[in-house]
Design a protein around this ligand. Structure first.
Ligand code: GLN
Length: 491
């Protein structure tokens, strides 16, 4: 039999339906792949017994010609998603031992469609980071290496485990979340595809909160089609999340390969940064040429408030985080450090339980929300956010269907290379992606080429609210032109 882990999700789905192999066989192949790749540190918890039970149940359905859209498909789950009875710690020490008595809506949707859980994936602590180096469980190693080098690189973050696991073929797809770029940046760093849907497309219920007005769940997968298939299953309106939106979930897969002829693609001049590496610029130009050749109309646009997005994000996101993370007090769940009185217990638990980056965010957030600084920082950042959103609205009102930008300002960097430097160095990774969260829009990352060093690079497509189908069509046009990229196996 050919290596089952070489198939895409769509191929595996069709082969399962055709009974070419069983869900148990497919699952066993993935369990073995996960075990053989422990050196990457992508999975922090493996759940082979659960996977086998789910696969058996899938086989029974498939044998009767039944089963959901993901029947028998093995997936990895970011540790930010609550999974009933299974380790859920947002890769933080403060949630030590937490096994939620409930399931997140997104993962419940996946299981209802027949997917199989392989385990929980590594991530930056509470999804704060761009390199997966803030995880309590240690960094994830990118399956990609520079040509002729065996230096270990980061997979990006915060969904670094998700991206690395998909790139290394340890699962057919993974759940991820994106508050400022955490789906799109790791996808770009690993040659995988990812989409942050419109705010409200997926329920946030049961997803550990970072910055609630920015957080969205979405998939990371091997290609555009697999990403589209997963998003359809993940998305839903949910009475348990009042910010989820009651719109029918389209069949995203049917948007794959649809002509982009006549679509208007905006190229925002503000994304051409000073000092941007020449190969990022060249990649962007390549994307423009591909879409023009495919019949799209390329138009220059201006999003004038772009330069304020990163500073405003680093006020809004920490502000919301400081309030969301106030619940971790050492009393209700997770780690408890004793103290001489209750305040002492809170302080000791939080001091021990949170890592340095999370503490930095809490301090920033508490500061910008404090009585004396609220107007100067938080309120102003919210106003800037409105202006950023309006920039996009004006572009779309002028007829733009989607916006093309680079996904990241560089390829993957070395483990330790940026983590110890000025934190702003790390924050700059998200310069092209945070605008999209600030505006609540959908953003897709599609692999578009390799750097001179042989590392994957991604392009970003930004859509209108609920314009995911257009993004899948345009993304698949790029994918068709450039092909797909996988790392050579060394682990
Ligand atoms: N890197 C950004 C941050 O650290 C975004 C993270 C995310 O999208 N979760 O806040």
């Amino acid at each position: 039999m050919t290596d089952l882990t070489a198939l895409t999700l769509a191929e595996a789905r069709d082969a399962l339906k055709a009974k070419d192999f069983t869900a148990v066989e497919l699952t066993e192949a993935y369990i073995a792949a996960v075990e053989a790749a422990r050196s990457l540190n992508a999975f922090i918890v493996e759940t082979p017994d659960i996977a086998r039970d789910m696969a058996k149940a899938s086989d029974e359905k498939l044998a009767k010609g039944q089963g959901g859209a993901l029947e028998g498909i093995p997936l990895g789950i970011k540790d930010l998603f609550a999974t009933k009875g299974v380790h859920t710690q947002a890769c933080s020490h403060i949630l030590d031992g937490f096994k939620p008595p409930y399931e997140s809506t997104v993962t419940a949707n996946l299981w209802a469609d027949g997917a199989v859980m392989l385990g929980k994936l590594n991530m930056d602590e509470f999804a704060m980071g761009s390199s997966n180096e803030t995880s309590y469980y240690g960094p994830v190693t990118n399956p990609w290496r520079r040509k002729g080098s065996n230096a270990n690189l980061v997979p990006g973050g915060s969904s670094g485990g998700s991206a690395a696991a998909v790139a290394a073929r340890l699962c057919l797809g993974a759940t991820a979340t994106d508050t400022g770029g955490s789906i799109r940046q790791p996808a770009a760093f690993t040659g995988t595809a990812g989409i942050k849907p419109t705010y409200g497309r997926c329920s946030r219920w049961g997803v550990v909160a970072f910055a609630s007005s920015l957080d969205q769940a979405g998939p990371i997968a091997r290609d555009m089609r697999d990403t589209a298939i997963l998003l359809k299953s993940m998305a839903s309106v949910d009475p348990k999340d009042t910010t989820s939106v009651d719109l029918p979930v389209p069949d995203y897969e049917s948007a794959i390969g649809k002509s982009v002829k006549g679509l208007k693609i905006g190229i925002p001049r503000e994304y051409r940064l000073d000092g941007m590496p020449a190969e990022i610029d060249a990649l962007w130009q390549k994307g423009i040429d591909i879409l023009r050749d495919a019949g799209a109309e390329i138009v220059d646009i201006s999003l004038p408030h772009t330069k304020y997005a990163l500073p405003a994000y680093y006020i809004v996101a920490p502000a919301e985080a400081s309030s969301n993370l106030a619940r971790y007090d050492g009393v209700r769940y997770g780690l408890r450090e004793n103290g001489s009185d209750i305040i002492d217990l809170y302080e000791n638990s939080r001091a021990k339980g949170f890592g340095a980056e999370v503490k930095r965010r809490i301090l920033i957030g508490t500061y910008v929300l404090s009585a004396g600084y609220y107007d100067a920082y938080y309120l102003r950042a919210q106003k800037v956010r409105t202006l950023i959103k309006r920039d996009f609205e004006l572009a779309y009102a002028a007829g733009v269907d989607a916006i093309l930008t680079p996904a990241t300002p560089s390829a993957a960097f070395g483990i330790g290379e940026k983590a110890d430097a000025d934190p702003v160095e790390m924050y700059l990774n998200d310069v092209f992606t945070v605008t999209v969260n600030m505006a609540g829009l959908p953003g897709l990352s599609v692999p578009a080429g390799l750097s001179a060093e042989g590392l994957p690079l991604g392009l970003q497509l930004i859509g209108r609210p609920f314009g995911e189908e257009t993004l899948f069509s345009v993304g698949s046009a790029i994918e068709q032109a450039v092909g797909k990229f996988s790392p050579d196996k060394w682990w």
